[in-house]
Design a protein around this ligand. Structure first.
Ligand SMILES: Nc1ncnc2c1ncn2[C@@H]1O[C@H](COP(=O)(O)OP(=O)(O)OP(=O)(O)O)[C@@H](O)[C@H]1O
Ligand SMILES: Nc1ccn([C@@H]2O[C@H](COP(=O)(O)O)[C@@H](O)[C@H]2O)c(=O)n1
Ligand SMILES: [Mg+2]
Length: 210
């Protein structure tokens, strides 16, 4: 009689995502570079679903989850929440959505995020959108965002910039070495930035017909 090996629950959840085989674009850039703003435009024109890791973490705090206080403290300090927590939220959001193409905004934020996501989900991104913006411009935008975010104060903003330079830029460099990065000048006005973004999402056949 052959041996039956039962899949562990981790393998089972991994396999449901690998069965789904979603198309994923990572959207990266410093705090205030305009990731969320441009994702909203991409959703409207190209039918992607936007998943912001920061928004999922903020929703987790509001839901009263057992991780809520830990997440809130990390966000206030501009620190990166352990990958396990963020990846579970992303996996759940992908599986609950019928769409098969996702913009994952603000993730992976460090090497741990990147490696854990690839090994847990088996997903590698189609490409990585990188919104490149000078720090002074990002600071100005964040200080006038007025969305009531607890991390939009000058002390936390400076900590977030430091984390971006030390932990997130190396992830962009990693994907650049794989020729996956599409770097965009994000210092321009919203409409101009979107013109460049649009060209990246428009299939070559459509461009030829235009
Ligand atoms: N190209 C732009 N020019 C001027 N202002 C912009 C531009 N893009 C976005 N903004 C404004 O800057 C602020 C930050 O934008 P947004 O929330 O999209 O950034 P983000 O990269 O998602 O930031 P975070 O990482 O903090 O979530 C918002 O108030 C938005 O309206
Ligand atoms: N992969 C991530 C993404 C975000 N965070 C935490 O959330 C804060 C806000 O993120 P935004 O993308 O909305 O700016 C961020 O500063 C981190 O504290 C995270 O831990 N991991
Ligand atoms: Mg955002």
């Amino acid at each position: 009689m052959g041996t039956v090996v039962e899949a562990s629950s981790k393998e089972a959840s991994g396999s449901s995502l690998s069965q789904k085989k979603p198309k994923v674009v990572f959207v990266l850039g410093g705090p205030g570079s305009g990731k969320g703003t441009q994702c909203a435009n991409i959703v409207e024109h190209f039918g992607y679903t936007h998943l912001s890791a920061g928004d999922l973490l903020r929703a987790e705090i509001k839901s009263g989850s057992e991780n809520g206080t830990m997440i809130q403290n990390m966000i206030k300090e501009g620190k990166i929440v352990p990958s396990e927590v963020t990846i579970k939220l992303l996996e759940k959001a992908i599986l609950e959505n019928e769409n098969d193409k996702f913009l994952i905004d603000g993730f992976p934020r460090n090497e741990e995020n990147r490696a854990a996501f690839e090994s847990v989900t088996g997903i590698t991104p189609e490409f990585v959108l990188y919104f490149d913006c000078p720090q002074e411009e990002m600071e100005k935008r964040l200080l006038s965002r007025n969305q009531g975010r607890e991390d939009d104060n000058i002390d936390t903003i400076r900590k977030r910039f430091k984390v971006f330079l030390e932990s997130s830029l190396p992830v962009i460099e990693y994907y650049n070495s794989k020729e996956k990065v599409r770097k965009i000048d994000a210092a321009k006005p919203v409409e101009e930035v979107f013109k460049t973004v649009k060209a990246l999402f428009t299939p070559v056949v459509d461009k030829a017909a235009a």
